[in-house]
Design a binder for this molecule. Structure first.
Ligand code: HDD
Length: 730
């Protein structure tokens, strides 16, 4: 076959790179249009079916009725087996500096280039209609529509995974999903089958620490980190490869809610995260993350005490710092949830030249699973033609036909090599941008076994626990006590305690206390189902190794950004007779800092201030709840305070906000309302600025200093220090 030297459709450099414009072609706007059937016939009456007489039977001939009902009957597609509940947004990504020394991926080499992205955040275990606030891992999947094709970074908000080999993924998912006999519980891991599985799966110890931490109950998708989890490869134009781990660092910091709060939000507003993302984008407060990379040279592959290919391990940031190389901004909500967020199909195998895989056995299995799942979920092999999934560059190959094919391919040939069409479409050389897999040398026997370098399941679980703040440790112990407390089978609880004791004896003892059990001594080899009987126990490395990192600051959320109150939700409690001037002053100052401020009163409509001015109420105590806010301000005014003091819902609002360690500020004229709460008598007698910033409560008549302190307090997010010493019923 004669080879042509020129290629008609070279990878485009000056292509129209705007995904929004590309999607426009598929957008349907019905404004001012006529109602038609799907075959384009104008419909005269869409409200009545065709009947034999006024009261007669409906006729089979009614094609309008049949088409409408049939379409309706088929409107649902199978939900994702995992990550069914999700929310999406469009945005853009820009690299800060040319990274061509490490990768040839064009979107990472040109700081002038803006790459469109679509992001889908999700929970894992729950169904499509389940609560956003489940204790769960969050999916963080990003589709980059690059000029060299789509790159999907299909990650989570936790940097490790439960299992080391994809062959166990169905078991993990079966264990965490609702139990098969009664389909209970929904969107929760607090049940027997999950913990039974985990108790036999010590490689999940590290991930379970993350799952039981507050990372599993984020305040917002906008305040979560993201991780590519696996070690990937960067390859530059010279073919030189390095290992890379991907990170997303949110510019708003990493923040969570309290577990009691999460459970309440699940009832008050199960769409809390979805609404938060949507509202922030609608308000122009575009969520932003920096892309971080940890790069390890090829020759350093074996210099760590863990295996880079093991997805249950992180590379501590102290060992390899995260370089922030670019920024992603989400700036547009989808036009249609189903067409975009539901039909988007991610795949870890969607890589572009310059990004490649490693032999992480979890990653390798994922490479099979994602295409396979879309075939069933989206109904056939043409899911890449769904508008949201199309790359911004043209697609040409010899694949044809199948369910719902959209492309009308011209010409006689659908094979290659061919002579009839001059061998089009043609292969592309590496120099012209063709993808060439990294030329990794593999010289091995075929085996079904685990590398010894994967045997240590506890060192990093312990590193994670040791790196948490005191409050975070307490939350982790509480979470385990809650989850195992929901487990019915005592042998599962006990086995878990045995497993926890290999992570940290104090942790196991604290959980055992809550469960009313003793910590059993279970030798590691009995727990280690994935380790062969003849393995050397030295490989389990249960104890802290000399020179090993004891703590990693980056693993605690307590050190993340705390200098902004932008988009934080603040409740101002008020009633008729409120001091309107002070209310406006506080509200204006908070709004000026970018916060969302709602006035909450006993009823909707307006309240009359002591200056005789009507103030619009945003929510009533019936429609609002403290768990939907980050902080509370209690406005002054004699009559308002008297009403709020007698309003049980207002007092409950304050008690709950206190219990969940939120910032509370009050005009001194409203002190009587505070006196009606559980917590008032527990507050320290003497207040200095330092106590205020530790306790998160400020009461003052000097509104200027009150506002300034309140803003600092809100930025600090939560006052976990007061949680244990000032525990209240709420
Ligand atoms: Fe997965 C969906 C992330 C392991 C099989 N996965 C899915 C999504 C995310 C992840 C974010 C939702 C994408 C979306 O929003 O549509 N998955 C991960 C991470 C993993 C991981 C970070 C470990 C590092 N996954 C994993 C394994 C397998 C799968 C080991 C199978 C062997 N994942 C799937 C899937 C899903 C999926 C069944 C369900 C829906 C979909 O793919 O599109 O194929």
């Amino acid at each position: 076959m004669a080879k042509k030297t020129t290629i008609k459709d070279t990878r485009p450099i000056k292509q129209d790179n705007d995904k929004t414009t590309k999607l426009e072609a598929f957008v349907a706007d019905s404004t001012g249009t006529k109602l038609t059937t799907n075959h384009g016939v104008n419909i005269n009456d869409d409200q009545n079916s065709l009947k034999a007489g006024d009261r007669g039977a409906t006729l089979l001939e009614d094609f309008i009725l049949r088409e409408k009902i049939t379409h309706f009957d088929h409107e649902r597609i199978p939900e994702r087996i995992v990550h069914a509940r999700g929310s999406g947004a469009h945005g853009v990504f820009k690299v800060y500096e040319d990274m061509s020394s490490t990768t040839r991926a064009a979107f990472l080499c040109d700081p002038g280039l803006e790459t469109p992205v679509f992001v889908r955040f999700s929970t894992v275990a729950g169904s499509r209609g389940s609560t956003d606030l489940a204790r769960d891992v969050r999916g963080f999947a990003v589709k980059f529509y690059t000029q060299e094709g789509n790159f999907d970074l299909v990650g989570n908000n936790m940097p490790v995974f439960f299992i080391q080999d994809a062959v166990k993924f169905p078991d993990l998912v079966h264990a965490v999903k609702p139990e098969p006999d009664n389909e209970i519980p929904q969107a929760a891991s607090a049940h027997d089958t999950f913990w039974d599985f985990i108790s036999h799966m010590p490689e999940s110890a590290h991930m379970v620490m993350w799952l039981m931490s507050d990372r599993a109950i984020p305040r917002s998708y906008r305040m979560m980190e993201g991780f590519g989890v696996h070690t990937f490869r960067f390859v530059n134009a010279q073919g030189v490869a390095s290992f890379v781990k991907f990170h997303w660092k949110p510019l708003l910091g990493v923040h969570s809610v309290a577990w009691d709060e999460a459970q309440n939000i699940s009832g008050k507003d199960p769409d809390f995260h979805r609404r938060d993302l949507w509202d922030a984008i609608e308000a122009g407060a575009f969520p932003e993350w920096e892309l971080g990379v940890q790069i390890v040279a090829e020759e350093d592959e074996f210099k760590f005490g863990f295996d880079l290919l093991d997805p249950t391990k992180i590379i501590p940031e102290e060992l390899v710092p995260v370089q922030r190389v670019g920024k992603m901004t989400l700036n547009r909500n989808p036009d249609n949830f189903f067409a975009e967020t539901e039909q988007v199909a991610f795949h870890v195998g969607h890589v572009v030249p310059g990004i490649d895989f490693t032999n992480d056995p979890l990653l390798q299995g994922r490479l099979f699973s994602y295409t396979d799942t879309q075939l069933i979920r989206l109904g056939g092999p043409n899911f890449h033609e769904i508008p949201i999934n199309r790359p911004v560059v043209p697609v040409h190959n010899n694949q044809r036909d199948g369910y719902m094919r959209q492309t009308i391919n011209r010409g006689k040939t659908s094979y290659g090599p061919n002579g009839i069409a001059a061998n089009d479409p043609q292969q592309v050389t590496a120099a012209d941008g063709g993808f060439v897999s990294y030329n990794e040398r593999i010289d091995a026997r075929k085996i079904r076994a685990r590398s010894r370098s994967f045997f240590d399941h506890f060192s990093q679980a312990r590193l994670f626990f040791n790196s948490q703040s005191e409050a975070e440790k307490n939350h982790l112990i509480d979470a385990l006590s809650f989850e195992l407390g929901k487990v019915k089978m005592v042998e599962v609880r006990t086995r878990m305690l045995g497993l926890l004791s290999h992570i940290d004896k104090g942790l196991a003892a604290a959980v055992a206390y809550s469960l009313g059990l003793h910590v059993p001594l279970i030798p590691l080899e009995e727990l280690n189902s994935s380790v062969p009987a003849d393995a050397d126990p030295a490989d389990y490395t249960p104890e802290q190794k000399e020179g090993e990192l004891a703590k990693s600051e980056a693993l605690s959320m307590s050190g993340t950004v705390k200098d902004t109150i932008a988009t934080r939700r603040i409740a101002i409690l008020a009633a008729d007779g409120v001091d309107g001037k002070s209310l406006s002053k506080v509200k204006d100052a908070l709004v000026a800092e970018g916060a969302i401020v709602h006035i909450i009163a006993p009823k909707l409509g307006t309240i009359l201030s002591q200056e005789d001015q009507q103030i619009q109420v945003d929510e009533s105590f019936l429609t609002a709840a403290s768990v939907l806010y980050d902080a509370v301000y209690l406005a002054g005014g004699t009559n308002s305070s008297a009403t709020l003091e007698a309003e049980a819902n207002a007092v409950h609002f304050l008690n709950e906000a206190f219990k969940h360690c939120k910032a509370i500020a009050a005009d001194v004229a409203a002190i009587q309302v505070l006196e009606a709460t559980y917590f008032y008598k527990k507050l320290p007698d003497e207040y200095s600025q330092e106590t205020v910033l530790r306790e998160g409560i400020v009461v003052s008549e000097d509104l200027s200093s009150l506002v300034a302190l309140f803003i600092r307090m809100i930025a600090l997010h939560r006052f976990w220090d007061r949680e244990v010493p000032r525990k209240i019923p709420a």
